[in-house]
Design a protein around this ligand. Sequence first.
Ligand code: KIV
Ligand code: ZN
Length: 540
Amino acid sequence: MGHSDGGRFAVSDQGGNLNMADEKNHVYIFDTTLRDGEQALMRSLTPTQKLQLAMMLDELGVDVIEAGFPISSPGDLKSVHDIGHALKHATCCGLSRTLEKDIDAVHEALSGLDHYRIHTFVATSNIHMKDKLHKDFDQIVQMCDHCVRYARNYTDDVEFSCEDAGRTPIDHLCRIVETAINAGATTVNIPDTVGYTLPYEFGGIIKTLFNRVPNIDKARISVHCHNDLGMATANSLTAVMEGARQIEVCMNGLGERAGNCSLEEVVMAMKLRGNYMNGVYTNVVANNIARASKMVATVCNEPVPSHKAIVGSNAFAHSSGIHQDGVLKNKQTYEILTPESVGFKENKLHMTARSGRHMIKAELEKLGYREGTYNLDDIYQRFLKLADRKGQVFDYDLEALMYFSQDEDEENQFTLDNLSVLSGGKNVIPTASVRIRIGKRTRTESGTGNGPVDAVFNCINHLTGLKLKLDSFSITAKGQGMDAQGQVNVDAVHNGRHYYGSGISTDVIEASARALISASNSVFRTELIEEGRKKKDEKD
Ligand code: KIV
Ligand code: ZN
């Protein structure tokens, strides 16, 4: 069956013939996990984390990677630059508003590459033009025309997006699409920015564009659907059936609000049902999907819901007796896809304190982490400590180690040095003693609380002087059974602003301390940046 085939160009319906690459049926996958996905995270990714994800997406076989929004900060510009220079297959793209300085920033990040894309956008719906931009439609058309031409001076790969196209009057949409193509846009993207449309309606918009825009055959039509009504996948595929040949997606459906269209859903739908959709196919390597999904979930600290289509832990489980009976007789009674077809494998016990550096490097390679994007010596030292504590280390432990070591690698003001806690028992007042490093100094504090975590938090707040107030606190088991580690996520408030932190350990009190210290470091960094900005403003 086609779905068990992980090859790049293979497309098949159940029992259908393989339809090898035919360019007119190639649906380009434009991945925006690092831009639309990242902008919706509670906590932004570090440049190293972005690079790791980009390299994994590149291997997954996506066609375009939107690496960021270079004008938004010098850090983002550098990150887009580094990703652009590291990608081996995918085209690197940077986002810009229809402003020359934004387009210059994408060019600054990516110039020097043989090929890159500038993605420029402006809103076209009445509500966005009037209430957000304070412009009329003629001015918007003019901005589109000018900026697409401006971007074409830098690269021959320019994408134009009509933000909130789903709520844009169709006459306006036809006119702006025609303008963008005339000005040189090679891809025109039709976003349902607020996830408002229904599949038949959204398909109708694409169909009308193909019928009414005279130069439509000069560009690739793309769609970018948000999932506010749970329609993102259906809308994107309906658009493909009407002629769209690029879908913008995020891995695991990350993204603003209810998220963007899920990469794994559209890819597997086309792989399994491509014949029903005129033989469309993508270049994504299906059996790398599970690995990519896990990596995005870990690095972004956004667990995949268990019932999530294709990548949820329950997506291939059969619970009821009738289903189990059917599957035992013939798997295909209740299984349209196998877990192996998207690359799910058993978690295996591989590693102990006797495992060498080479083995750890090889395991990281299998998990999708490429050499040069992490510090092997550091990870190996942390691995040995964990192996001493746990005895057995699983691949999910190794992933957690990667995530938290990078978090701690950032230039942190506060680091946990030592922790001891006395709790439990009748008439015992929970008491903690915490030692942290603050810059180059080390300080210790002891205190009590209404429980062991409270006692630890009181000490940390005293030591950092930040007085963070907890808004939420959660513990999740990472791994299975008694071997699991505890991951603590905190949402803490300081001066009315929310800061997020997380920590992991075999000891949940230590994980809690690490989580609060990580939130405290975010406060410290934010205040430092704001202070710098204030000083600069005063000077200016
Ligand atoms: O949702 C949206 O409209 C966007 C654009 C920038 C493409 O993300
Ligand atoms: Zn979007």
